[in-house]
Design a protein around this ligand. Structure first.
Ligand code: DX5
Ligand code: ZN
Length: 217
């Protein structure tokens, strides 16, 4: 069964409680987009929002770190209540580190580790980490902003990753993030996605609960 992870980046920050109640009732995970203005050209939010949400959220918090040097902060996000933490392979490249270090660190903090890539990173670069991660995050827009148009080539990238996992007989989650909506959910699930992040298509919908339900089909 696919998991739906609404991205609170598209939520109503003046009335967050309303959005949290909705996701508690209807979604599987709550996705937090943390941006530092360095790895990506935008700044979003960090610990204060997570810490405010933590006492009232009843579904796992899925933190997507679009930041350089994620190893400096993984432990703090774990302590702030994250159950899943993803970080970018590009961040490891920039630091001259192996992403395996970040994965091991996340595990030592008791959270599920996800490795993310932007649309211009060859999906084959994820293959060495299939054994290590709990999930992969395939960006279907360039990380940095909500509300962008879905990049169609992402479907083939998910299928390629899924085929490699099948070949090795390994089952790991594949999360897809960016421009996900009712119009592409089915295609993404058929390609192998098991977690759908959806910001605008949930929170800007007239009926967010119905938008979530529709993507499960
Ligand atoms: C983009 C973020 C996404 C984004 C999704 O950098 O990682 O999670 O918030 O928003 P939509 O669904 O509006 O593309
Ligand atoms: Zn995200």
């Amino acid at each position: 069964m696919v998991k739906i992870a609404p991205s609170i980046l598209a939520g109503d920050f003046l009335h967050l409680e309303k959005d949290i109640k909705m996701v508690n009732e209807h979604a599987d995970l709550l996705h937090f987009d943390v941006m530092d203005g360095s790895l990506v050209p935008n700044i979003s939010f960090g610990f204060p929002i997570m810490e405010a949400v933590a006492p009232v959220i009843r579904i796992p918090m899925d933190v997507h770190l679009m930041i350089i040097n994620p190893d400096k902060y993984i432990e703090r996000f774990a302590k702030a209540g994250a159950s899943l933490v993803s970080f970018h392979l590009e961040a490891a490249d920039e630091a001259g580190k192996d992403a395996s270090e970040y994965i091991a660190l996340a595990h030592s903090c008791g959270v599920k580790a996800g490795l993310a890539i932007d649309p211009d990173v060859p999906v084959e670069r994820l293959f060495p980490y299939i054994d290590q991660v709990d999930f992969f995050l395939i960006m279907s827009v360039f990380a940095g902003f909500g509300g962008q148009k879905f990049i169609e080539e992402s479907v083939g990238r998910i299928a390629t990753l899924k085929a490699e996992m099948d070949r090795r007989g390994i089952v790991k989650d594949i999360e897809v993030d960016g421009g996900v909506s009712l119009s592409n959910a089915r295609t993404l699930i058929e390609a192998g996605a098991t977690m759908l992040v959806a910001g605008s298509s949930v929170f800007k919908a007239a009926d967010p609960a119905q938008a979530i339900a529709g993507m499960r089909l």
